[in-house]
Design a protein around this ligand. Structure first.
Ligand code: SF4
Length: 310
């Protein structure tokens, strides 16, 4: 039987947990990245924009509370009953001393009407003591850890200078989920050297993991990155999707995906001034409308071709 919605949306997941409207508020807590300072690697991932690491970028650093104030102000006017999740999104949000990390998470959690945190990080940056802290925290508040995997194929991870392997991603996901913590993963579709078939093979590996949610996004070439230089020198290494081609790939991906996973997003939008390609000129909601229309045309849905093989 075809389900009412063709894929499991993040808003439905939140609605199943909270009896009120919840909104994520992005926080940049000023962390850096171990793939740049030599701890895990140097130079960073090839698609990552160096500029954003400059202290001048984005103006003077504002506190977590100030950022929550600003993010919440917009919604509070429209939805006075709304509650919030602090989303530690930028860079590696578990890369500092335990003491400092906890102080920043707790500053966010003290903010009025904040009902949880979402923490984005690398799979090789989750020490056990921090995971134990999150396991305690989740007993009384919402906690989700989001890992940037980007690929499940080690030669790709090497090529993009990720500084970790897929086995490390699997290990971190298992360790986190075993503590009963909601666990998310992030994948980029269209990385150099990955054929359509190889990209679709990610989904079978991911489906076997104890994940709560998955974010997909298309490869975007960003100014000032190593990848932008590679593109200039070797455009043949890249297959930048046309929007309709990407939509069909996402739907093929969703059809094979574990139907229990939430698909939090299919697409990402970098600031226009930084984006080299592909520039589809679509807002997120326009992309969503297109993908929903295509799901309907294809009469398909998430998990239709999922084979549970355990
Ligand atoms: S993408 Fe993340 S891990 Fe890679 S260099 Fe940028 S901040 Fe570091």
């Amino acid at each position: 039987m075809t389900p009412k919605k063709p894929y499991k949306e993040f808003s439905d997941f939140l609605n199943s947990i909270f009896p009120f409207k919840v909104q994520k508020i992005s926080v940049n807590a000023g962390f850096t990245c171990p793939n740049r300072d030599g701890t895990k690697g140097v130079g960073g991932c090839t698609y990552c924009n160096n500029q954003s690491f400059s202290p001048a970028y984005g103006g003077p650093r504002r506190s977590v509370t100030e950022q929550m104030d600003e993010g919440v102000a917009f919604f509070r006017r429209k939805y006075p009953q709304m509650k919030y999740l602090a989303y530690f999104q930028s860079y590696t949000n578990t890369y500092d001393s335990l003491e400092k990390l906890i102080a920043l998470y707790e500053e966010a959690l003290r903010y009025p009407d904040t009902v949880g945190i979402i923490v984005g990080t690398r799979p090789d940056c989750m020490p056990n003591e921090l995971l134990n802290y999150f396991a305690e925290l989740k007993k009384h508040t919402f906690v989700m850890i989001e890992y940037g995997l980007e690929s499940t194929f080690d030669p790709t991870l090497q090529f993009i200078n990720r500084g970790h392997t897929y086995a490390q991603s699997e290990e971190a996901i298992h360790r986190t989920a075993q503590k009963g913590i909601y666990t998310g993963a992030h994948i980029i579709l269209g990385l150099p050297g990955e054929s359509r078939e190889l990209m679709l093979s990610h989904v079978d590996k991911l489906s076997a993991l104890p994940l709560t949610s998955l974010k997909l996004h298309q490869l975007q070439l960003i100014r000032g990155t190593v990848m932008a230089k590679q593109y200039e020198a070797h455009p043949e290494w890249f297959n930048l999707f046309e929007v309709d081609e990407y939509i069909d790939l996402c739907i093929d991906f969703a059809e094979r995906l574990n139907p229990d996973f939430v698909i939090e997003r299919f697409v990402s939008q970098s600031p226009k001034e930084l984006l080299i390609a592909p520039d589809w000129g679509l807002k997120n909601y326009e992309f969503t409308a297109k993908i929903l229309k295509r799901f309907a045309q294809r009469e398909t849905y998430q998990g239709r071709l999922y084979k549970h093989c355990q």
